[in-house]
Every structure is written in structure tokens, then in C-alpha cells.
Design a protein around this ligand. Structure first.
Ligand code: SAH
Ligand code: SF4
Length: 408
């Protein structure tokens, strides 16, 4: 039986209203050329094509020069302006004083017995963030971070235990991708990107959507938007941007009712299930993409058969798939992972009801790289810092190593 609250929810969901802003409106929020000029040398990797075009035109040059620059840097991997033979000497000198090609340094690189790899990046101000590479039969998924720490304070999440230290800049997110890709063996290619590392992407939308622009530009990295997933805990007023960016939406549901969700995700008190699921429905109707609902199974708290039924009821009618994530334990966590029989029974109940359901395999446990285990405070688990099996042999990625790896 559906409870009254959930009954209300499925009845009140209203159809899609037009998005407040189109994607081109959003794109016109690129950095103004004057700001580019005044702020001194800045990272090239944080510039969208639109930023670069504005800047170039501001300097009296043709717009298409921006495409040439993107091509040199991202396709030919040339970051020495003197080698950019199709640009004039004076323009090259000007560019030299304006742009740097610094990327976050890789502090450690760990490999799990199951093939998962974890990178710890130095963010320069004594802070660090992690990214995780998860290989599977047909894909190589990179899970990246958008913030150092997170203010959403979900009770089951290790990142949530560290308050937000700061939001990452676009070059720091693009940098996680470029550095991780550069450290892969010859012929390996990252095929999918998920914003499921540290931080809440929609708490840092300017950087996250600029990053998506930079990653997907076809003169540059040319990464398909369809292979990028943005996961949110449910900052409802910002969710339209995921549809506008033409990437995929994942929502951390984790509760089967307002009461159960509010207990573990404080954000539910700000935007409740009615508002959140309504927005998910709009996304699905507008984009025709399935929404992925993530649901963490906490022993005795969210793992009962009755909870599976409620979960099915509140998501019914929204084109979606449900991704069950058995809780990954971390130091000091008050929750436990259910046993395998309970996990299987929960999955089967959802399938019996007709839900499209996936059970996420836990990867990278031995290197502390599983979902929700990422931390910038790596001193908290120093035992994990054995990097003897790393391709880097424990060294920082120096500039010369970057050159060897083809990132000049
Ligand atoms: N802030 C975003 C993205 C990062 S969290 C969000 O919350 O969606 C990525 C996923 O990891 C979320 O679905 C979250 O519910 C899940 N997660 C967090 N801690 C976990 C843990 N200890 N075990 C399993 N999944 C966890
Ligand atoms: Fe932040 Fe996501 Fe962790 Fe919640 S689950 S604290 S939103 S990173």
C-alpha cells in the first residue's frame, strides 16, 4: 500500500513548464573580455571557446583564431606558443603574458586489485581532491570532483563530513580529466565522465557547466555530452541547467519518503520530494532521457522490502532507472552495509514491480576509492597511501614527466 504522502506526491506531479533559460542564454554568461584582460595570467584550461573568442576579438584579432588555439592545445597537445606557427610573432608574445598551462599536480596514484585507479590532486593551496577511474567491459569511467568538501552534510557520506573548503575552478576540474587521461597506458581512453566525486556539482554550477563546455567543444577535447553525467543531491532551482547542457542527470534519492530522506539528507528540508521529483519529471519530459535515481542501501534504514515498494511508488511515472548502491563503510560511519541476501531481495522486489534497476558493484574498496569514500583529508587514512604499484612510482607528476606522457 502506498502511504498517503507518497500518494499525494504521484498525484501532484505537474507537467513540464518551459525552462527559464535556454542553453544559448546560459552560454552568454561567458567571462567578459575585460575581465580576461585585467586579471593577469590565467589558466588556458579554464576558458570556454566563447571566453577565448571574446578575448581574441577584444584584441582586434579574428574570431577563428580561438579555434586555432584550441586545436594546438587540445588536439596537437602543444602549449609552447612559439610552436604555434599559424599565429603572428607579436600575437604569440601577447598570449604568453596572458595564459598559463598549469594543471593540478598528481600527488598520488593508486591502483586497486579490481582495476580501479584513484588520483589525488594537489589544488595548490594546501588542499587536495580525488578522482577515480573505473574500468568495465565496455567503458572507462572517470569520476571527478567539483568541490573540496561539501556543505550538504548527507549523514552517510564521507565528503559530507568535511565542510566545504572551497569550490573548484573550471581548470581544476578539466585538469582532473587531462591529468588522469595522461597517466593512462597508451591506447586507453576515458569514455565516460561522472560528476560523482567530492562535492555537490550544483553548488558550483558556474564552474561545472563551464567545464562541460570546455570538455565537449569539438575544436578541443571533443568529449560527448551524452557521456557526461551530473549527479546532484537535489538543488532543485539549478537542475534545469543539466537539461540545458545536454548531459545526463543522476539524482541521489536515498530515501523512500520525505521522512526517511530528511533524516539522512538535510537538503530534503529545503527542497522536498514533491519539488524534486517534479523537476525530475520535467527533465525526463523535456530531454526524453531517463533520470538515474541513486539509492544508497543502509542496513536496517533504507533496505527493507516495504522501502522498495515505496521507492517504486514515488518514482513511478517518471522515465527513470534506479541505481542501487550498497553503502560503503568509512571511518567513523554510523551506518552499515546490508548483507548480500538483503541487497538481492531489495533489487528483486524492484524488478518484480517493473522498475528498471541496476545494482552498482562496489569498486576500489582496497584503495578507499568507492562511492562516498573520497576525502581531501588523506591523512585520515594514511594506510591507503601505498603507491608502490603506481605507474608514477610515487613521484609527483613533474613537467618533464608530463612531456613524456605527451602533455607538453
Ligand atoms: N554530491 C553529488 C555527487 C557526489 S556523491 C550527489 O550527492 O549526488 C555521489 C553518490 O555517492 C551519491 O549518489 C551519494 O548518495 C553516494 N554516496 C555517498 N556516500 C556514500 C557511501 N558511503 N556509500 C555509498 N554511496 C555513497
Ligand atoms: Fe555532498 Fe553528495 Fe556527499 Fe551529500 S552525498 S554530502 S551532496 S558529496
Amino acid at each position: 500500500m502506498m502511504n498517503q504522502r507518497n500518494q499525494d506526491l504521484s498525484e501532484k506531479l505537474v507537467p513540464w513548464a518551459p525552462a527559464q533559460m535556454t542553453f544559448s542564454d546560459y552560454m552568454s554568461t561567458a567571462l567578459p573580455a575585460e575581465k580576461l584582460d585585467r586579471s593577469g595570467p590565467q589558466s588556458f584550461f579554464g576558458l570556454t571557446m566563447l571566453d577565448l573568442e571574446k578575448f581574441i576579438q577584444h584584441h582586434g584579432k579574428e574570431k577563428y583564431r580561438a579555434q586555432q588555439l584550441y586545436k594546438w592545445v587540445y588536439e596537437k597537445k602543444v602549449t609552447d606558443f612559439d610552436l604555434m606557427s599559424n599565429l603572428s610573432k607579436s600575437f604569440r608574445d601577447e598570449l604568453k603574458s596572458l595564459f598559463t598551462f598549469e594543471l593540478p599536480k598528481v600527488l598520488t596514484h593508486l591502483k586497486s586489485v579490481d582495476g580501479t585507479q584513484k588520483f589525488l590532486f594537489d589544488m595548490g593551496d594546501g588542499q587536495s581532491v580525488e578522482a577515480v577511474l573505473i574500468p568495465s567491459d565496455d567503458r572507462m569511467t572517470l569520476c571527478i570532483s567539483s568541490e573540496i568538501g561539501c556543505n550538504m552534510a548527507c549523514r552517510f557520506c564521507f565528503t559530507g563530513k568535511q565542510k566545504l573548503k572551497r569550490r573548484l575552478r573550471p581548470e581544476e576540474i578539466v585538469g582532473q580529466f587531462l591529468q588522469s587521461q595522461a597517466l593512462l597506458p597508451e591506447g586507453w581512453r576515458i569514455t565516460n565522465i561522472v560528476f560523482m566525486g567530492m562535492g555537490e556539482p550544483l553548488d558550483n554550477p558556474e564552474s561545472v557547466f563551464k567545464t562541460i563546455e570546455i570538455l565537449s567543444n569539438d575544436w578541443g577535447i571533443n568529449f560527448s555530452r551524452r557521456k557526461i553525467t551530473v549527479s546532484t543531491s537535489g538543488i532543485v532551482p539549478e537542475m534545469w541547467r543539466i537539461a540545458a547542457s545536454k548531459t545526463r542527470l543522476a539524482v541521489s534519492l536515498n530515501g523512500y519518503s520525505d521522512e526517511s530522506r530528511s533524516k539522512i539528507m538535510p537538503i530534503n528540508k529545503r527542497w522536498d520530494l514533491l519539488e524534486l521529483l517534479n523537476e525530475c519529471r520535467k527533465y525526463n519530459q523535456q530531454t526524453k532521457d531517463l533520470v538515474t535515481f541513486e539509492y544508497v542501501l543502509l542496513k536496517g534504514i533504507t533496505d527493507q522490502i516495504s522501502h522498495a515498494k515505496e521507492l517504486y511508488n514515488i518514482t513511478r511515472g517518471i522515465g527513470c532507472k534506479i541505481n542501487i548502491i550498497p553503502f560503503n563503510e568509512h571511518p567513523g560511519s554510523e551506518f552499515a552495509r546490508p548483507d548480500d541476501v538483503t541487497i538481492a531481495a531489495f533489487q528483486q522486489e524492484l524488478m518484480r514491480l517493473g522498475a528498471h534497476v541496476l545494482l552498482r558493484r562496489t569498486m576500489g574498496r582496497d584503495i578507499f576509492a568507492a562511492c562516498g569514500q573520497l576525502t581531501s583529508a588523506y591523512k585520515e587514512h594514511p594506510g591507503q597511501m601505498d603507491i608502490s604499484n603506481s605507474a608514477l612510482g610515487g613521484k609527483h607528476v613533474t613537467d618533464s614527466r608530463r612531456r613524456e606522457l605527451g602533455l607538453r
